[in-house]
Design a protein around this ligand. Structure first.
Ligand code: GLU
Length: 473
């Protein structure tokens, strides 16, 4: 049975790249009728950020990437947090020492720094050659600090087949004798990923391409321990542009930031899926359930993908359009709450006007900014070549429009049309002047009478008077 895992380190927000890895691991497991596992890789204590684990649970939950096993849901292969597995790793490291595939190292920080200064690009196997096992064990018993390093063969080539990239060959010479167990007793990622993937029965390892060339080291460990190697699927990075990787440092690359910007979670998941994978029929809009059916490895891209926020906005707009009026309004409310100038506005009605015009929910600010800018509007805005209108015409007809609004408010649309006919103007001329006078903006999320409904009678009349005052000067 297929078993995949997402193995994040709790170092902060879940960025787009991490979420994509999680998504592909999830989809691959679901497509194959397998299990998807969450494992927290927290053995680098200095990098662990408080709260990050909870954020991972929450994000997975919100995005629908339900894991079958994990720290907070349990499972037969737990614990699923590496620091809680601390006691398991040493025995395997000791086995590797027995077989000569690992060794104790006592080199001081100073020696390692000197080595580096002298131009060495990797550890020189000093302790392998100078410290016998008996001596090492005595020194350890005497309380000396040590690490355990992997013993990479001096010569040879390692190869394996990545399911996306094909055969990968790496010369042992290019690999370092990495630390497997640190002096604090915790395993490094380089060791723990192998032990845990094996013990958790992981069949397919899906992760970032940065691990492509260190995987031969892990394969050596599987081989030395007599374990079957998993299959590997490495994913190309997501780029900000042709040169820069999208990274956590760019504040906008996190799931949380996209939510704050007003993207819908389904659209985020959908867009992220497309960053490195496409289904056979090249369709772009897909629900998670559809992706579970459509996912396949041959759709995974061998080249990096570029994050395109414009496209993500477009995709989001399709999801926004599908929302019911209720759902749109519920999503919009927290965004309205940040805009104090909306006080007194009928928000429910505002939602009906903004719904079809919203790509992401932060757009509601741009779409309504005319409301707060009204007092400062420039009367030149009445000028419209198509309708042959300007501020002078506005000054002339606004008193009459005020009267229509006051007397025939309940039937405003027809009344404005009737006025245009009676007074010999084009309908569009009258509606343009009326709408500009009400809003102070050429482009508004709705026509003249919709804007009047939005503001209500009292506020509309106040605005018309204000506009009249402006054009009269
Ligand atoms: N903890 C590693 C990371 O966050 C996981 C890599 C892997 O999936 O093996 O990059």
């Amino acid at each position: 049975m297929i078993r995949t895992r997402f193995a994040p380190s709790p170092t902060g927000f879940l960025h787009v790249g991490g979420l994509r890895t999680a998504l592909y691991a999830y989809l691959y497991a679901k497509k194959g009728g397998g299990k998807f596992i969450l494992r927290i890789e927290d053995t680098d204590l200095e990098r662990t950020v408080p709260g990050a684990v909870e954020l991972i649970y929450r994000t997975m939950h919100e995005t629908g990437l339900v894991y079958d096993e994990g720290p907070d849901v349990g499972g037969d292969y737990g614990p699923y947090v590496q620091t809680e597995r601390k006691g398991m790793y040493l025995q395997y490291a000791q086995k590797l020492i027995e077989s000569g595939d690992a060794y104790y190292c006592f080199c001081s920080k100073e020696r390692l720094e000197q080595l580096h200064k002298d131009g060495a690009t990797k550890y020189d196997k000093h302790c392998l050659h100078t410290v016998s096992r008996e001596e090492a064990e005595k020194r350890i018993a005497a309380g000396e600090k040590y690490v355990i390093r992997q013993n990479i063969p001096a010569q040879g080539v390692s190869s394996y087949v990545d399911l996306v990239f094909g055969e990968i060959k790496v010369d042992y010479n290019d690999l370092e004798d990495n630390i497997l167990i640190k002096s604090d007793g915790y395993p490094t990622y380089n060791f723990a990923n192998v032990i845990d993937d094996h013990l958790m029965g992981i069949t397919h390892v899906i992760r970032g391409v940065e691990y492509l060339s260190s995987t031969p080291k892990y394969n050596l460990l599987y081989d030395a321990l007599g374990w079957e190697r998993p299959q590997y699927i490495h994913l190309q990075p997501i780029m900000r542009d042709a040169h820069q990787k999208l990274s956590k440092r760019h504040g906008d690359a996190n799931y949380e930031d996209f939510i704050a910007k007003g993207f819908l979670k389904d659209a985020i998941v959908n867009y992220i899926a497309l960053l490195g994978w496409s289904p056979k029929d090249n369709r772009e809009k897909m629900t998670l359930a559809e992706m579970e059916q459509l996912f396949s490895l041959d759709g995974i891209s061998k080249s990096a993908s570029i994050f395109d926020e414009t496209k993500m906005r477009w995709l989001n707009s399709l999801y926004v359009k599908e929302l019911s009026e209720e759902a749109y309004h519920a999503h919009a409310l927290p965004f309205y709450a940040k805009l104090d100038y909306l006080e007194g506005i009928d928000l429910q009605y505002l939602s009906t006007l903004l719904h079809s015009r919203t790509e992401v929910f932060t757009d509601v600010e741009k779409l309504t900014s005319f409301i707060k800018e009204f007092d400062a509007f420039d009367t030149a805005i009445f000028t419209n070549a198509k309708w042959k209108t300007d501020a002078a015409l506005a000054a002339k007809i606004l008193p009459e429009l005020l009267e229509v609004a006051d007397k025939q408010w309940d039937n405003l649309h027809d009344a404005l049309n009737a006025y245009a006919e009676r007074a010999g103007y084009k309908k569009g001329q009258v509606l343009w002047i009326f709408r500009i006078a009400l809003t102070g903006a050429a482009s508004t999320p709705g026509g003249a009478t919709e804007m009047a409904t939005l503001f209500g009678k009292t506020e509309s009349i106040r605005r018309l008077w204000y506009a009249l005052g402006k054009v009269k000067n």
